[in-house]
Design a binder for this molecule. Structure first.
Ligand SMILES: Cc1cc2nc3c(=O)[nH]c(=O)nc-3n(C[C@H](O)[C@H](O)[C@H](O)COP(=O)(O)O)c2cc1C
Length: 207
């Protein structure tokens, strides 16, 4: 890994005017100089079907390629019914399959989220942490960026205007860059052919 940390950002909402997409765009501007955020849009990812996992659609191949190219992930999740939205879980599931070919394993990750509610995706983020553990992603613990009452933290053009939240995102991204350097995965840890990639704890969980 070079000293420049490449972060792939994924937001779990397809909604025009999404607060989580807006938070991800804000993060792109708040990343430290020794990092950069590339954004992947989930719009083109179809519903997962295990029958198709060995011949996935091109959008899924592109997602896996972009994850592999990245040193770290930034996942920005809305909260739907106390958990993460199906659109995000669907993409996560595609990119961990087929067994032995997960794109996620061994990467550093950070999470954040925005919701209209008072506790700003805390419950969804808790579920997301559990899912990322199954994928053998190494998720940063702090700071927790839970953007509550999102309607009042972005302006009418979807720009994040709440300074304390911006500062928290800056801190999250600085910690993510430092964390990624500390765990900097060896290339073989993400390879389908390596022994660790086939171990259940690697994120390649068999059926
Ligand atoms: C199906 C559904 C379930 C929701 N459940 C929750 C919830 O459990 N907690 C919460 O804070 N907001 C909930 N919301 C409201 C979301 O916080 C709000 O729609 C938010 O704007 C979604 O993120 P986005 O702006 O990035 O699309 C829910 C919205 C939908 C559509």
């Amino acid at each position: 890994m070079s000293s420049h940390v490449r972060i792939l950002g994924i937001a779990g909402s397809l909604r025009r005017g999404s607060y989580n997409q807006a938070a991800l765009r804000a993060a792109k501007l708040l990343v430290p100089e020794n990092g950069e955020i590339d954004i992947f849009q989930l719009d083109g990812i179809p519903m997962f079907n295990e029958d198709d996992e060995k011949r996935p659609p091109s959008s899924v191949l592109e997602l896996k390629k972009r994850i592999r190219r990245a040193d770290a992930l930034l996942i920005v999740t809305p909260e739907y019914n106390y958990s993460i939205p199906g659109v995000l879980k669907n993409a996560i599931d595609w990119a961990c399959r087929p067994y032995g070919d997960s794109a996620w394993s061994g990467k550093a990750a950070a999470i954040m989220g925005a919701s209209l509610g008072a506790i700003g995706t805390a419950r969804a983020q808790s579920h997301l942490r559990q899912i990322l553990a199954a994928l053998n992603l190494f998720t940063l613990n702090q700071p927790e960026v839970v953007i509550a009452d999102a309607a009042h933290r972005f302006d009418e053009n979807s720009n994040l205007t709440h300074e304390p939240t911006k500062q928290l995102i800056r801190e999250l991204l600085k910690n993510l860059v430092d964390w990624t350097r500390r765990i900097s995965p060896a290339p073989e840890s993400t390879s389908a052919s390596s022994a660790t990639a086939r171990h259940p704890l690697s994120g390649d969980v068999p059926a």
